[in-house]
Design a protein around this ligand. Structure first.
Ligand code: NAP
Length: 328
């Protein structure tokens, strides 16, 4: 089969590799949909630790075509949780699985979903309904990460929630905040992403802090940073109401620092939090997507073929891109 593999930093190739066979406890998934994520671009550029020679693709879903020695039923549609925690280290034993130093992510540390078939441990597979639009299964992993962020932020009915960054994480965060009963503003620069934010349930949109504070002079009860750039992390405290919370979901390059004024955070008692990966949220994300609770149609920007994947990863996303989805 053909697989899109990162052979080295800056060297991504779609090349012939052997079909996978299931090891003990594994199944083979025939991929239906795989999302191209910003992390794939970071891996390509060497901005995120990678393992040479692995097939990329960590946001994917498909049909089980080989059940191996597991109890799964052939043909079941599943979404894959890419993060394989070791379950035995100190952090895993404390329930802090997303802090597991031995995590091997499918599509990063072992072969992933940018290929027609992928071998995965059965415990990573979460069942999706047979009548779901196959493209939607690829959103379970980003939704699971966003769910963790919103769990950390704990939006409550009647609160004002400001989401910074109108990419897939921001658009999913809008929907989770609306489901929590909050009034939601999206701060993102592009008009296209603001329009998608409205379709996802944001009642207010802004392109910068001035416009956001004109609309909500007191600031938001909860600010969720989903852009992953230093400018948006530094703007978050100024957009937060005294006594409010900030959750940083965006990933900044390792080593980058951002100016923060502890005096302001202390005197206004603003709680600055972080949320990383998808600890125990993949099942809820799969349930929400399977039941149609999340509006995913506006988030599928384009469906691409396998021979387009390397080009899409190597180039910057289009301004209107939320997610490009590989379909087989
Ligand atoms: P994305 O597609 O890059 O979306 C982020 C958006 O932020 C951009 O499209 C951009 O839209 C907006 N933005 C950038 N600079 C801005 C600025 N100065 N002011 C306002 N908006 C700005 O990324 P994504 O896939 O949604 O992911 C968001 C972040 O979450 C990334 O850093 C990603 O690595 C991270 N992430 C974290 C986790 C976790 O576990 N914590 C999991 C998945 C992803 P405009 O052009 O409209 O401004």
């Amino acid at each position: 089969m053909y697989a899109t593999q990162l052979l080295d930093i800056g060297d991504l190739q779609t090349r012939i590799v052997p079909d996978p066979t299931p090891a003990a406890g594994e199944i083979i998934v025939e991929i239906e949909a795989a999302g191209i994520c910003g992390t794939d671009r970071h891996l390509f550029k060497g901005e995120f630790p990678s393992t040479p020679g692995k097939t990329l693709g960590h946001e994917f879903s498909g049909l089980i075509v080989d059940t191996g020695d597991t109890d799964f039923t052939l043909g079941t549609r599943v979404a894959i949780d890419p993060n394989i925690w070791c379950s035995t280290c100190d952090q895993c034993r404390r329930g802090r699985v997303n802090l597991c130093a031995n995590n091997i992510a499918i599509g990063i540390g072992r072969d992933g979903g940018f290929a027609p078939y992928c071998a995965v441990p059965a415990r990573q597979a979460h069942v999706l309904p047979p009548d779901l639009n196959p493209a939607y299964g690829a959103f379970c992993e980003p939704l699971a990460c966003t769910l963790h962020g919103m769990d950390v932020g704990n939006a409550r009915p009647g609160e004002k929630v400001l989401i910074i960054g109108g990419g897939v994480i921001g658009q999913l965060a809008i929907q989770l905040a609306v489901l929590a009963g909050a009034e939601v503003m999206l701060l993102t620069r592009s008009a296209e992403k603001q329009a998608i934010g409205k379709a996802c349930g944001a009642s207010h949109c802004a392109s910068d802090t001035t416009s956001a504070l004109q609309q909500w002079p007191e600031g938001a009860d909860l600010v969720v940073e989903c852009a992953g750039v230093s400018a948006t992390v530094s703007m978050a405290p100024g957009l937060t109401r005294s006594g409010g919370r900030i959750v940083i979901l965006g990933v900044l390059p390792s080593g980058q620092t951002v100016p923060i004024e502890p005096f302001d955070l202390l005197f206004r008692e603003i709680n600055l939090k972080f949320a990383f990966l998808n600890p125990f949220t993949q099942a809820r994300a799969t349930q929400m997507i399977g039941s149609g609770l999340i509006n995913l149609a506006p988030l599928v920007s384009r469906q691409i073929s396998h021979d387009e994947v390397a080009g899409v990863i190597e180039n910057a996303p289009l301004p209107s891109d939320i997610r490009a989805i590989l379909r087989f």
